[in-house]
Design a protein around this ligand. Structure first.
Ligand SMILES: [Zn+2]
Length: 81
């Protein structure tokens, strides 16, 4: 097997085993909201969003959407009591 073929096989294996292998360290995304756009940030388990709800309660629909998209590769956002 040549080097390129073995890399492709390895890449597919990593992708297929993403729940065990992939752990997101940080990211920032823009979510286009109904009224305005919001920046959602994640850094080593800490979640943040620039919307009013997130600032007041520590969680919002934007963070929850990203949690669902990222699955087991991120730590869950803590819900403020
Ligand atoms: Zn938000």
């Amino acid at each position: 097997m040549d080097a390129i073929a073995s890399r492709i096989i390895k890449a597919r294996q990593y992708a297929a085993e993403r729940d065990q292998r992939i752990h997101v360290v940080s990211f920032e995304v823009q979510i286009d909201g109904e009224n305005s756009n919001h920046q959602v940030r994640y850094n080593r388990g800490e979640w943040g969003c620039d919307c009013e709800e997130s600032i007041r309660r520590g969680i919002c629909a934007h963070i929850m959407a990203m949690e669902e998209i990222m699955g087991d590769s991120v730590q869950p956002a803590m819900v403020a009591a």
